[in-house]
Design a protein. Sequence first.
Lengths: 217, 349
Amino acid sequence: MTNLFNTKTKQLEGEIDGYLDRVTTAGLIFLEGVRAYVGGKNDKFERNYKEISVLETDADNVRRDIKHKLYTYMLIPESRGDVLGLLETLDDIVDICEKVLEQFSIETPVIPDFLKSDFIELAELSCKSVEEVVKGARAFFRDIAMVSDFVNRVHFYEHEADNVEEHLKRGIFNSDEIEDFSQKVHMRYFAEKIVAVSDVAESVAERLAVYAIKRRI
Amino acid sequence: MLTVIFFLSSGLFLGWSLGANNAANFFGTAVATRMIKFKTAAIICSIFLILGAVASGAGTAETLGKLGAINTFAGAFVVASAAAITSFFMTKIGLPISTSQAIVGGIIGWNFYSHTSTDLSVLYKIAGTWVFSPILTAIIAFLLFYLTKKIVESSKVHILHIDYYTRIGLLIVGAFGSYSLGANNIGNVMGIFVKLSPFKEISVAGIFHLSSAQQLFFIGGIAIAIGVFTYSKKVMMTIGSGIFKLSPVTALVVVLATSITLFLFASQGLYDFLASHHLPTFPLVPVSSSQAVVGAVMGISFAKGGRNMNFKKLGQISLAWIATPIASAIISYIFLFFMQNVFMQSVFK
């Protein structure tokens, strides 16, 4: 009985870890995709976009499987909802990463040279906040006392991303280089889309903080 | 025989009420949070309760016997009824009382009525234990909590494993708690009938002996078990979710600390062991599991730096120590008067 449980738990533990790996990977592909697009490497960008689409479907399947197992034989009932809630909000991160690359692929915004570094920095900060929130989620499962540490880091990177976003927007609208107002709006739109990744990471972090308080001994 | 069953009925009712109210202290968390099915909890609780009552119930029953040797069935019936009624009303007004305090009051009422002197040294020992038991539980819970926290935090066990161990732990500790409850509290239910027991000793193939008192405890244990099956679920749903606010692992510590306290004050084996090694012993006195739970919660609050300290609850417990025996003694005295003079039953010899 104990062995059977241990095997099943180990399996589920592995699946949860695997799911978290996918979320981190989604953040990294997102960053690589933005870098490739901004750097004009269209082939690489399209490859990244395909990769993230496959990853998104895969992550959904893994999450559904975990959900089923959690409800069948694991966890105390009070925590089940929290764990599922956490996994579902983490899924929003994967979704938004894929959506942003999809929009780049469809709308092909023209990014002037002087804005490129800001766009990349924004994507880096968003990716960093995703990495930290995933570390926080891992801590929730194994080392709950550390969760708040990672939650703080997410808040920090999200705040930094907001600052870069503001700087970027001011740069866009004060610029004489971009003549069309429509292009300015288009740039602003993409800045907001990239920063939205860190916003989602922050909302996951906030949930995580509450779940961790509930689980603290 | 019918008369005996009739007179035993008040004790059995007291047993029923004990099972209905106290099982929640050991399985409330597990059942209220659906970690263990009520049916599983009730079966385990009942089996271990009866085991504890039969195997280790004699010690506390003997202590109560020393307080007042009730010598007629009618007298015992009235004392148990007075205790049952007091428990019922005190619980109704929301005081965390125990049958232990009610039965002691009932016995003292009988002593007064029958002009038997109350052995004050026994009374002091019992009252001292009531005060000491929540404090001891608080200390045990404090230490257990500290230890558990350290182990869980340093071992970095996966949440899935923690929950599995908690679930199993609640089941095992619940069984241990039920055993201790049976051993410690059966004296309240059947103790006053022990000297009047009509049963003869049963011996099976010279190996298995069941004394007259043990048969009585067995019947009392069944009454407690019926209380567990018929009414405790409701109590578990109310109390269990309250304790659970502390987190599942902490709830496990509360149940374990309470079980240990009840065991310490009921185990004849431990008493003999400590006495033979010239160590201080724990008096075999029926204590209150509900008050022990409050003590445990306090101990944990203290370990957390004084958060969630409920001083109102402490005040209520102190009030219960005094109010319950007095109320029960008065009711017992009045009922004895009626039994003697209206129903013409001799309540003492």
